[in-house]
Design a protein around this ligand. Structure first.
Ligand code: FPP
Length: 254
């Protein structure tokens, strides 16, 4: 690729840590569930905006492996909201060419949730505009451990030699196999952490932290983040001259 202006590579993959639902509700004297309900409305708006912006992949951190430790009633609420989301957005996803994909430890999800996710993934499999990746029961360390076990099994069976294992093998053993690495990570609610999200895949992502709570993060705020991203100069460990010449603009380990 030749590029003499050293601009950011096009944004293919956006990842978001949707934080602040609880505080949004608390500020209004509402129960936390109200924040999550409003958070789902924001999910719908942001998915639509990503389709409009021709972003090809959006990964949302919807439920972390640590979230299992929340009060049972809150976990149940989040799972119900997920099921409602899948039912209410089914037709829209099909119409808009949105393909659903799930990452995380599915074994911990209930049979009902697993089955609804399987159906949605199957039904939307031909969606060619946006891949919507929901990280559910997801933890970056857990994902890396599962990938390492998979590779260890291949080594133990003699399929590959330990010294031949490389970053591409690792990338293709992760839940995100086949997806480009995120170009931009957004976290809402003013927290400055990545909280065990996509630890391997975020290696070269641009980071964007915004004070707005997730329910207040709409298309306008998303466009501001995208504008900010377009001003960034990504170097992938190379010199400014090299990136100006178009080297290293691919953000993928695979
Ligand atoms: C963080 O807010 C948000 C979550 C733990 C869950 C995110 C879930 C949704 C937006 C709804 C379900 C998702 C889909 C895709 C239908 P928090 O509760 O940690 O907020 P706090 O830090 O202010 O307490």
């Amino acid at each position: 690729m030749s590029n003499t202006t050293n601009v950011a590579a096009p944004l293919q993959h956006l990842a978001i840590i949707m934080d602040g639902n609880g505080r949004w509700a608390e500020e209004r004297g509402l129960p936390r569930v109200a924040g999550h309900q409003q958070g789902v409305r924001t999910v719908v708006e942001i998915v639509n905006e990503c389709v409009r912006q021709q972003i090809s992949c959006l990964t949302l951190f919807a439920f972390s492996s640590e979230n299992w430790g929340r009060p049972e009633s809150e976990v149940e609420t989040l799972m119900s909201l997920l099921l409602e989301f899948l039912a209410s957005q089914r037709q829209r996803m099909l119409d808009d060419g949105v393909r659903l994909r799930v990452i995380g430890d599915r074994a911990r999800l209930s049979a009902t949730v697993r089955s609804a996710l399987n159906v949605a993934e199957e039904e939307t499999r031909d969606g060619g505009c946006l891949t919507l990746v929901l990280a559910l029961s997801y933890g970056g360390r857990d994902e890396i451990v599962r990938a390492a076990r998979q590779i260890a099994r291949r080594v133990a069976s003699g399929e590959i030699a330990a010294e031949d294992v490389d970053a591409a093998d690792m990338a293709s053993a992760l839940d995100t196999a086949g997806l480009p690495d995120p170009d931009l990570l957004i976290r809402t609610s003013g927290e400055l952490r990545i909280s065990n999200f996509l630890l391997w895949q975020l290696a070269y992502a641009e980071l964007y932290f915004v004070d707005a709570f997730w329910p207040d993060f709409g298309p306008v705020e998303l466009r501001q983040a995208l504008d900010d991203y377009r001003q960034r100069r990504r170097r992938f460990g190379l010199t400014a001259e090299q990136t100006a010449a178009g080297e290293g603009l691919s953000n993928s380990a695979s």
